[in-house]
Design a binder for this molecule. Structure first.
Ligand code: FAD
Ligand code: NAP
Length: 427
């Protein structure tokens, strides 16, 4: 057992982050490799690698500026006492807003409730110099009775209060708002809010590690671990942004520097059959290909005699055919008994998904399953895995001679629970 874990990660060295989609592709998928050095970290195919990302330093520095913090202020976090700069870089997620933070602003808005005196907790940022911008003001009750440069937080005419109320009173408005915004957007929509450093961090989401299915066999790549990562990039409200960990790996992590916090996340269930003679069917569109590249490398290394059938799908064969050369070589050398490719966005070709190809091959899939084959699925949990699941049940109904209820039982109870040969790694 390695001494490293999510709480005590190994600092690994990224050695490669090659883009494996076409330069004109609408997607950016990368093959990312790490050197495990002298860590002693071991893995098997099917395992995942945990990465602990860092928030973009530029984003953190812009946020500190807007909050009027110099970065050295001490705050208490779930990981102990540290500076606000370190907390915003490494302890909390600041690349997207979280609901809890917005709900927690109640204190800010409700503090203005009294009719005779208003506690002012903000000032327009264009006037802010240094020092404490929070103080009490005896309010006459007139809308314009405020010190120059200040507007009341929470007055009926305050657009920030109106926005905040619409967010906390309607979950759809809240979801929509936080989907495309971060704390910089919030502070620009609610410019009169001010926070102490401790107040600001107290309702932020803790920074969570991300898991990635390992795309390599440790026997074929000793001392190394490889991933297939879909980079999440988008532009909202005039700024480029993206996923915390994928942007960290693609844009921030330096190649060759031993600085990436990582740990192994072993699987107990998503494993190759113990008996090498067993056939396997793998369904892995998009980045779902990752563990199956590892499986195929391992089956080749082990000289496993069982047959291998892979269903892969992506947008186009020209721009998103991940690991095309390796897959073709495995078809040519016979490791891949069958390779079925579903392209969903080819011009002049009907949209095809992996489950469409499964349905077309239903009789043969049933004969493999009836003969004891394992059935694996990896990739999108919300849509693809559900559709593949239903297609599998339909195949068992159509070709296995089961009623649809019995086919469901066969797939969900027998294959999945009892025989543990229908295995999923979905996210
Ligand atoms: C067991 C397991 C294995 C996995 N294996 C892999 C793998 O092999 N390869 C892989 O690439 N991923 C894999 N993942 C997913 C991975 O862990 C991360 O969730 C993924 O890389 C995104 O992380 P992120 O930090 O970059 O994005 P986050 O910062 O977590 O953001 C992702 C969020 O951004 C949202 N989003 C996407 N587009 C937009 C947009 N236009 N506007 C606003 N929001 C948007 C998404 O809905 C999503 O909720 C796996 C997950 C699990 C649990
Ligand atoms: N949890 C997270 O934070 C997180 C982050 C990133 C990604 N993900 C998930 O990981 C998945 C993998 O992303 P990816 O970019 O590698 O690939 P992907 O989006 O799954 O796309 C791969 C292929 O699957 C197709 N597809 C879409 N819907 C399908 C369905 N219902 N059944 C079968 N195939 C379907 C796509 O077609 P079209 O696109 O042409 O429809 C494309 O051809 C994403 O779908 C996403 O759900 C999760």
């Amino acid at each position: 057992m390695s001494e490293y874990s999510s709480k005590n990660p190994y600092l690994g060295k990224m050695t490669e982050k090659r883009i494996i989609t076409h330069p004109d592709s609408t997607k950016e998928t990368r093959h990312i490799s790490f050197d495990l050095g002298k860590s002693g970290m071991k893995y098997k195919v099917g395992d995942a690698l945990g990465i602990i990302p860092q928030n973009p330093p530029e984003l953190v520095s812009d946020l500190l500026g807007l909050l009027n913090f110099n970065g050295d202020e001490e705050v208490e976090t779930h990981l102990g006492e540290t500076t606000i700069q370190e907390a915003l870089l490494n302890h909390y997620e600041v690349h997207r807003l979280c609901k809890k933070f917005i709900q927690g602003l109640e204190m800010k808005f409700s503090s203005s409730a009294p009719k005779v005196a208003v506690r002012l907790v903000g000032r327009s940022r264009s006037h802010v110099q240094t020092g404490d911008s929070t103080f009490d003001w005896d309010w006459s009750g007139q809308d314009d009775d405020f010190p120059e440069g200040f507007t009341p937080v929470g007055s009926a005419t305050d657009p920030a209060l109106n926005l905040w109320e619409s967010l906390v009173n309607d979950s759809e408005v809240m979801e929509d708002y936080i989907w495309s915004r971060d704390y910089i957007d919030l502070l620009s929509d609610m410019p009169n809010l001010s926070f102490s450093p401790q107040e600001f961090v107290s309702n932020l989401d803790r920074l969570k590690p991300r898991l990635y299915s390992i795309a390599s066999s440790p026997d074929v790549h000793p001392g190394q671990v490889e991933l297939t990562v879909g980079i999440v990039r988008y532009n909202h409200h005039g700024r480029d942004r993206g996923g915390l960990c994928t942007i960290y790996m693609a844009d921030l992590a330096e190649l060759g520097e031993q600085t990436i916090p990582m740990f192994m996340s072993p699987t107990r269930s998503f494993v190759l059959p113990k008996n090498d003679d067993t056939d396997i069917i793998m369904v892995g569109p998009g980045t779902g290909i990752a563990p199956f590249r590892a499986f195929l490398e391992q089956r080749e290394f082990d000289k496993a005699k069982g047959r291998n059938w892979f269903f892969f799908g992506e947008r186009t064969s020209t721009h998103e055919y991940l690991y095309e050369d390796e897959l073709n070589e495995w078809v040519e050398n016979g490791l891949l008994t069958k390779l079925d490719l579903a392209w969903s966005r080819m011009a002049d070709v009907p949209k095809t998904y992996v489950q469409d190809l499964m349905a077309q091959n239903g009789e043969e899939i049933w004969s493999w399953i009836d003969g004891g084959a394992y059935f694996y699925v990896c990739g999108d949990k919300n849509r693809m895995a559900k559709d593949v699941h239903n297609t599998l049940i339909k195949i068992v109904t159509d070709y296995g001679g089961y009623s649809s209820d019995d086919a469901k039982d066969f797939v969900e109870k027998r294959m999945m629970k009892e025989e543990k040969r229908y295995l999923r790694d979905v996210y």
